[in-house]
Ligand binder design. Sequence first.
Ligand SMILES: [Zn+2]
Length: 297
Amino acid sequence: MYTFFHLKQDILRFKNAGCEVGVVGKTHLGCDIPYLFIGEKSGTNLVVVASVHAREHITSLLVARQAWFYFTKKVNLFGGIYFVPMLNIDGVRLCHEGVDWIASKEQRDFLVETNGGYDFSLWKANANAVDINCNFDAEWGTGASNVTKPAPQGYIGTNPMSEKESVALAEFTKQINPDYVIAYHAKGEEIYWQFFQDEQKLNRDYRYARFVANYTGYKLVGQTQSAGGYKDWCVQKLGIPAITVEVGNDAYSHPYPYHQIDDIVAKNLLVPQKMLNTISKEKQNAKQVYEGGYQRG
Ligand SMILES: [Zn+2]
């Protein structure tokens, strides 16, 4: 299992090795959400996020492994990548540790009642019982599986961006203004990329998503019945191409078994690098065409 404790150890390991480490913002219960940056800030930049949903913590191990590989192997990057290995730290802690680590009795009682017991291994929400991936300001509240009261999954919150984690990630993303966003979830081996894009962006975003689908062997899925996700918000509000990648085969059940991590890593290890370099080359080509045209004119 990849826990908050492992994340803290890894962050320290990166820091001691000279990698840029920073803070995206805070969780509902006040914990710093870390990021790692690898590569060059000028030029093309990517954001890679994992564990938006608590029980999908195997994605944190995937992203930690990606980042460590890129950092230590000095993988060739035409730009830079921001890795956010564990957005929903409070939720992941609930999955692994239950409620004992939470200081407030009121908070513990609220969570145990909402969960219907002490086993939080299938919990998806944050520590406010809001599903972070239903809380973003993108057709908020219109998702087919949305619920309107605190729940282990699907609760949209009192209003769009009501949660600290959503605000932190949104502000972080706006500040970076990345060229591509990859949000890792589990499971199904599927890629979601569509969310009310205009035609020009639809073609671009489909092309990028198809690239990742071809590389991973995962299935492309168009518009779905869900809304208010981080990917949805990037696509609709920022016009940034973004994908949700559902790692892991549906043959297994949640929480996704860790003995499958090598398969997940094998299929995804180079996905951020391939996307970064593909987009970077495209931008370079577009610039040359423009400059060539200007000189001729
Ligand atoms: Zn998910």
